[in-house]
Write a protein that binds this ligand. Structure first.
Ligand SMILES: C[S@@+](CC[C@H](N)C(=O)[O-])C[C@H]1O[C@@H](n2cnc3c(N)ncnc32)[C@H](O)[C@@H]1O
Length: 421
């Protein structure tokens, strides 16, 4: 029996295996050390707020909470990924994810003659390992595998993992401190990178549009402070969202309502930076998110900001800074727009399920032995998590950007939803 037909019922996924809660008081108790760590970061953020006349943008708060060297969530030594961490990502769920990416990389390499890969935000390093193993198995090793990782701690972890699992290929990896100099030709890969970039928060009411800043109350706790923005880029984005809302004829914010949402200026800026250095090649971005119309849908009145603490999901970004992940979904329309404006072609947009199904999953699993029950059911479980609509299959999207030669990739041939962007 082919494996894909064995998959009948939904199981667990990154999204659904987490308890969703607004109440942090029921969460597992943090140890003394962990609390002390968070307290240290809290003091650092409090100092920043005092030095900035009593308020910072939420993007600055999120940046400090996630990336303060030695203290931020991604920069300190906590276990973040996997069952013992706070959340699980696709390459951590199954090697099949990275193997499908490898197949798409081969298609790109064959069409462009480029054979340098650059992964940005490589987490534990597992995607790099499984992807390169698959390329090796198919005798298509790249000339180089570059990794750009913001967190020094994660970079160490990636180096250890690659040394252990791929000692014979370690020399083909190189870690960068910044994007390569122009002109760069190759393939850029990023899984769940953009959702980890700091966002600005907005609060729209019938009368006013505010940016949500972070300030301190009299006991030095973090609080929201809503003010007219002093940032022209945020102002422009507010105007865009209002225009979109006006185009939805039946949508007005009611007098008693507020509409909270976010914008990811850093992700757009990052796209522009990549476009600037890319001479020719492709960029594959995988992340959870929506098109603009879905993102700023009238009913999404609380935005998409989400925190992850030991597989509990909640919406309080001020809870234990440095100990929990903070993330927001991606507005893929704004990413595609930034890409086009920077001279990139938007060459494909599809769901993770369609990408994997069309991009190699069938081929990779066709020889699995159904009599090896344990392995067979484990692989089936992994595929369910990656592809079922109620798991990661639909919420996660894959965006293909390119410069230079036009590409045709098998992974976008089931469904390509570019017209929705
Ligand atoms: C949510 S994790 C995803 C990790 C990995 N890609 C995965 O799928 O398991 C986000 C990663 O992006 C890194 N990161 C965030 N912003 C970055 C930037 N501007 N440049 C490079 N890495 C960045 C973080 O340190 C972390 O490794």
């Amino acid at each position: 029996m082919p494996l894909l037909s064995f998959i009948l019922k939904p199981n667990m996924s990154k999204q659904s295996n987490q308890n969703s809660s607004r109440e942090t008081s029921s969460f597992p108790e943090a140890s003394k050390d962990v609390l002390a760590h968070s307290e240290q970061l809290k003091k650092h953020i409090q100092d920043s707020i005092r030095k900035s006349d009593g308020k910072i943008s939420f993007a600055d708060y999120m940046n400090l909470a996630l990336y303060t060297p030695g203290l931020g969530y991604y920069s300190a030594g906590l276990k973040k990924f996997g069952q013992q961490g706070d959340f699980i990502t696709a390459p951590e769920i199954s090697p099949l994810f990275s193997q499908c990416l490898a197949i798409q990389c081969i298609e790109i390499m064959q069409q462009t003659q480029q054979s340098v890969l650059l992964e940005v935000g490589a987490g534990s390093g597992v995607m790099a390992i499984e992807l390169v193993l698959e390329l090796e198995r198919r005798e298509q090793l790249p000339k180089q595998y570059l990794i750009l990782e913001l967190s020094a701690e994660l970079r160490d972890r990636q180096q250890q993992a690659i040394k252990t699992r791929l000692p014979h290929l370690y020399d083909s990896f190189q870690w960068l401190d910044r994007l390569p100099e122009a002109p760069f030709s190759g393939i850029v890969l990023a899984n769940e990178l953009l959702d980890a970039m700091p966002v600005h928060m907005l609060k729209l009411t019938p009368e006013h549009s505010y940016e949500r800043y972070v300030a301190l109350d009299k006991d030095n706790n973090f609080i929201w402070q809503d003010e007219i923005t002093d940032n022209p880029l945020v102002e422009d984005k507010i105007a865009e969202i209002k225009k979109l809302h006006q185009s939805l004829s039946d949508f007005t914010i009611k007098p008693e309502e507020t509409y909270i949402t976010e914008i990811n200026l850093q992700a757009e800026h990052w796209i522009k930076s990549i476009a600037d250095i890319l001479d020719s090649g492709a960029i594959l971005l995988i992340d959870y998110g929506y098109t603009a119309k879905e993102y700023y849908h009238p009913q999404r009145t609380m935005g998409t900001l989400m925190c992850h603490y030991q597989h509990h999901r909640h919406d309080d970004p001020f809870y234990l800074p440095g100990i929990q992940d903070i993330t927001a979904h991606i507005n893929f329309s704004s990413i595609a727009h930034a890409a086009r404006q920077s001279g990139l072609d938007v060459a494909g947009f599809t769901t993770q399920a369609h990408f994997l199904m069309a991009g190699g999953l069938v081929e990779l699993t066709q020889d699995l032995d159904p009599d090896d029950i344990l392995h067979f059911t484990e692989v089936a479980r992994q595929i369910k998590m990656l592809t079922l609509p109620e798991e990661m299959g639909e919420l996660f999207k894959v965006l293909l950007l390119m410069k230079g030669k036009k590409l045709s990739l098998s992974a976008f041939q089931f469904q390509d939803f570019r017209q929705r962007l």
